[in-house]
Design a protein around this ligand. Structure first.
Ligand code: FE2
Ligand code: FE2
Length: 235
């Protein structure tokens, strides 16, 4: 079993393999985290938003497409994927906490340090153990098929943290469409807030707040926690 970090594209199954696609995103995350470390707190929000848009669809597609396959093909797939789901859950909680904290809040720096730590641990657990185990268990054709399915889901998945919904099907799959729609409209509103004229700022902020409340209500709809292992959420 070799870490994805020590394998070239051909060894990972070519450009369409899920392993190549995963590694590509993980490299991009490393680049964004380095950029975040070099950015003063007052200017970190746009970098954090780019991290969200990379990380949450990536993780959602893992949870809904890849981990169920791993649970079927590996005898200890349940234990391995549960560990990753707990990391994803903590990332969802930390990012939600960060969004609510003012830039000069005392807890912000420690929350950010922990976020970077958990994101790093998640990448290492996937690249060094979980995905090489998948690689040993299935053939290249399957890796490419999983790559296509993962990519498809990633493109339509929610782009923001949603710590209330399940990290597993069927709950997370039921949550995907409505939350993805709301998230993507919120992303558009954020871009308009950043680039639009000042007179748009107040109405756009109101729209953003309405969408935040809407997302929160959707998260609490019945059925969206279905499938979850209770230990995924910390007490
Ligand atoms: Fe990943
Ligand atoms: Fe992950």
């Amino acid at each position: 079993m070799r870490s994805l970090g020590n394998q070239d594209e051909q060894e990972l199954g070519g450009p369409l393999s899920v392993l190549t696609r995963q590694k590509r995103d993980h490299v991009e995350l490393g680049r964004l985290l380095a950029e975040l470390a070099d950015t003063v707190p007052a200017e970190q929000d746009p970098v954090l938003r780019r991290i969200c848009r990379l990380v949450f669809p990536h993780a959602f597609a893992e949870e809904s497409v890849l981990w169920p396959v791993i649970r079927r093909v590996l005898p200890d797939g349940e234990r391995l994927t549960l560990q990753i789901e707990r990391e994803h859950q903590e990332v969802n909680e930390l990012m939600t906490a960060l969004e609510a904290l003012p830039r000069d809040a005392p807890g912000r720096a420690t929350t950010l340090v922990r976020l970077v730590e958990v994101l790093g641990a998640d990448v290492r657990d996937e690249e060094d153990e979980l995905l090489p185990r998948l690689q040993d268990a299935v053939g290249v054709r399957r890796l490419r098929g999983l790559g296509a399915a993962w990519e498809l889901v990633r493109r339509v998945a929610p782009t923001r943290p949603h710590p209330v919904v399940a990290r597993r099907p069927p709950g997370n799959v039921l949550a995907a469409l409505p939350l993805s729609l709301v998230d993507r409209v919120r992303d558009g509103v954020d871009v308009a807030l950043q680039r639009g004229p000042d007179r748009w700022a107040s109405p756009l902020r109101s729209v953003s707040e309405i969408l935040t409340r809407l997302a929160h209500r959707i998260e609490h709809l019945p059925g969206l926690r279905r499938g979850e292992d209770p230990s995924t959420h910390r007490p």
